[in-house]
Design a protein around this ligand. Structure first.
Ligand code: UDP
Length: 241
C-alpha cells in the first residue's frame, strides 16, 4: 500500500461544500458523501483535523454591510461553523470514524472547548478533530482559523478543498480561456500576485509557519486521498517551490 505523504494534515472545507446543489444550507446526503471520502483518507493512516467554514449559512461581512454590527454579525457566523461541524461529526461517527468537535466559543453541552493538548491527544489516538467556531474572534475568517490551528497542531499541510476549482490560475479560468494553472507556487508569490486562494492574514500565517497549502477540486471523488498520497494534482504552495 502507498504510504501517505503527510503524517498530519488539516483539511479546510468551505461551508458551501456542505450545501450540495442547493448552494446554501446543509445537505445531509452531501455531508455523508464527504464523510465517506474522509473515512477513506483516514484509513491511509494520516492524522486529520478539519476546519469547516460557515458561508453556506452566514457571512459576517455582508450582514455588516446591510447594517448589522460587525462583531455581532461575525459571532453569528462563528455559530454557523459550529452547526456545520456538528453535522459533519455526526456523519463521521455514524460510519465508525471516531471524531471530536472542539469549539473556540464555549458551548459545553454540545462540544469540547478548544484545548490544544487535548486536540493533539485525539489526533495521536487516530481521532478526527473538527475545529469549530473559527478563531473565536470577530474580523477573522475560517481560512485564518485553518492556518492558525494547523500551526498549533504542527500540521504539515493545509488541504484547501475547493468547489469546482482545480487549482490556482493566473486569471479566472471561467472568464479567461487562456488562464494557466500553476502546479507550484511560493507563499510570497501568492501574496504578491494577490492570488485568491485564501485571505492575506491566512496566507502570511502559513508562510511564517512554513505550512504547505494544496489547492484542489474536491468535487472529483477521490481527490483528497490523491493529495494525501502525494499525487501532484491541483496547486501546491510552499516556501520552497
Ligand atoms: N468568522 C469570524 N471569525 C473567525 C472565523 C469566522 O468572525 O475566526 C465568521 C465571519 O463572519 C465569517 C463567518 O464566520 O464570514 C463564516 O466563515 P467563512 O466566511 O470563513 O466561511 P467559508 O467562506 O469558509 O464558508
Amino acid at each position: 500500500m502507498v504510504q501517505p505523504k503527510y503524517k498530519r494534515v488539516l483539511i479546510k472545507l468551505s461551508g458551501e461544500a456542505l450545501a450540495g446543489e442547493r448552494g446554501v444550507g446543509i445537505d445531509i446526503a452531501t455531508v455523508q458523501s464527504i464523510a465517506e471520502e474522509i473515512k477513506e483518507v483516514h484509513a491511509t493512516g494520516v492524522e486529520i483535523a478539519l476546519v469547516i467554514g460557515g458561508g453556506n449559512l452566514w457571512r459576517g461581512e455582508p450582514a455588516a454591510e446591510a447594517g448589522m454590527d460587525r462583531v455581532q454579525a461575525d459571532y453569528t457566523g462563528m455559530l454557523g461553523t459550529a452547526m456545520n461541524a456538528l453535522v459533519m461529526a455526526d456523519a463521521l461517527l455514524q460510519i465508525g470514524v471516531d471524531t471530536r468537535v472542539q469549539t473556540a466559543i464555549a458551548m459545553h453541552q454540545v462540544a469540547e472547548p478548544y484545548v490544544r493538548g487535548r486536540a493533539l491527544r485525539h489526533l495521536e489516538k487516530g481521532r478526527i478533530v473538527i475545529f469549530a467556531a473559527g478563531t473565536g474572534s470577530p474580523y477573522f475568517s475560517t481560512d485564518t482559523t485553518a492556518a492558525l490551528r494547523a500551526a498549533e497542531i504542527n500540521a504539515e499541510a493545509i488541504l484547501m478543498a475547493k468547489n469546482g476549482v482545480d487549482g490556482v490560475y493566473n486569471a479566472d479560468p471561467k472568464k479567461d480561456p487562456s488562464a494557466v494553472k500553476f502546479a507550484e507556487l511560493t507563499h510570497v508569490e501568492v501574496i504578491h500576485k494577490g492570488l485568491k486562494i485564501m485571505d492575506s492574514t491566512a496566507a502570511t500565517l502559513s508562510m511564517d509557519n512554513d505550512i504547505d497549502l494544496v489547492v484542489f477540486n474536491m468535487n472529483e471523488p477521490g481527490n483528497i486521498k490523491k493529495v494525501v498520497l502525494g499525487e501532484a494534482i491541483g496547486t501546491t504552495v510552499s516556501n520552497k517551490a
